[in-house]
Write a protein that binds this ligand. Structure first.
Ligand code: ZN
Length: 344
């Protein structure tokens, strides 16, 4: 039987949530990945080192016995984050990035940044200590079309910010447009990008195929086909600045299938399997290991994992739902669909 053995991959962008849900959500990642960059947009957000350490312990408590998995914690940037906070975070050795959510851009981002240019001393401190800024790159101006918010953010924020701080290490999270991806390629090695499975699999028409599909609604929203094609072309090229970040974002079935459904796609139960299918469909299966297991670790300056995972070519059906906690269900990416690669 055909199989692939990979250095254990890492997930450089994930949402675990909190409370009872951790016990259901963390194990999906822990079985597949060696490490994950854990997003800090809880309610309230993880803004201090103490909050992050307490959250880390709750995540660690949810890792099943025998899993070789390490959560990498992040801080949520606010208008009040100081250079001293950054230095303390770095010194702790436990914080791997600081997340910029423009206020109101996505789930639990109300406490986010309203004026990034007022935070230059904080960002300079990040540059000095080598802590990356992880950016949700969308403008929040309601006058800007939802499909254009990433491109506008590139022009209004990313380019001017990097002109002021050319050595700031930046990860453009869940890149969705050819514009942003091409910018990363031109920017030099200190700018990287995560790429989700959904932005490689689907375009914006898929949200409306046969009716409205709330489980394909995420932020940044799916884009035109030409953007999906460009992202596929780049990851298939093996460019080291692009790496795996699922942005797996669990919301209950009830919260997704509602009159005003939440943004976020829950891909954790089949993430590496889906990426394998994508790379295979692109004729680039030999580039999967770089994207999934090497590029992110190299960008963050961390050692590559030493253990391995194996995928076998054996069809399986992604379950229709998974428990979220004792009341709610999660509908995963590819629910009820057959995948050809299966985790051993
Ligand atoms: Zn996210």
């Amino acid at each position: 039987m055909k199989q692939i053995t990979l250095t254990r991959p890492d997930d450089w962008h994930v949402h675990f949530r909190d409370g009872d849900a951790l016990g259901e959500i963390v194990p999906h990642h822990a079985r597949r990945f060696g490490r994950a960059i854990v997003m800090p947009n809880l309610k309230p957000p993880v803004t201090s080192l103490n909050d992050a350490m307490a959250y880390r312990q709750r995540v660690v408590d949810a890792i099943p016995a025998g899993c070789d998995f390490t959560p990498l914690m992040t801080l949520y940037l606010t208008q009040k984050t100081s250079p001293e906070d950054i230095e303390n975070a770095k010194q702790s050795g436990m914080i791997y990035g600081v997340k910029l959510y423009p206020a109101g851009a996505t789930t639990n981002s109300d406490a986010g940044v309203t004026d990034i240019f007022a935070l230059l001393p904080t960002l300079q401190a990040m540059t000095n200590v080598g802590l990356p800024l992880l950016i949700h790159a969308e403008v929040t101006d309601p006058a800007v079309d939802v499909f254009d918010r990433e491109k506008s953010f590139l022009e209004q924020v990313v380019k001017p910010l990097l002109e002021k701080l050319p050595d700031l290490k930046v990860v453009l999270e869940h890149v969705t447009t050819a514009d942003m991806a091409n910018f990363v390629i031109d920017a030099g090695g200190h700018v990287g990008a995560t790429v989700t499975p959904q932005h490689l699999l689907y375009n914006r028409s898929d949200i409306f195929r046969g009716g409205i599909n709330p489980h394909l609604y995420c932020l940044p929203i799916l884009k035109r086909e030409q953007h999906r094609e460009r992202l596929c072309e780049i990851v298939a090229s093996g460019d080291p600045r692009f790496f795996l970040g699922t942005d797996s974002a669990p919301h209950s079935q009830h919260a997704k299938e509602s009159a005003c459904g939440c943004a976020g796609i829950f891909s954790a139960p089949c993430a590496i399997e889906v990426y394998a299918e994508i790379f295979e469909s692109l004729g680039a299966l030999e580039k999967l290991e770089g994207f999934a297991s090497f590029h992110g670790a190299d960008f963050y300056g961390l050692p590559r994992n030493e253990s391995q995972i194996t995928l076998i070519n054996k069809p399986w059906t992604v379950p229709e739902s998974f428990p979220m906690d004792n009341k709610n269900q999660l509908i995963p990416l590819k629910a009820n669909e057959t995948l050809h690669w299966q985790l051993v």
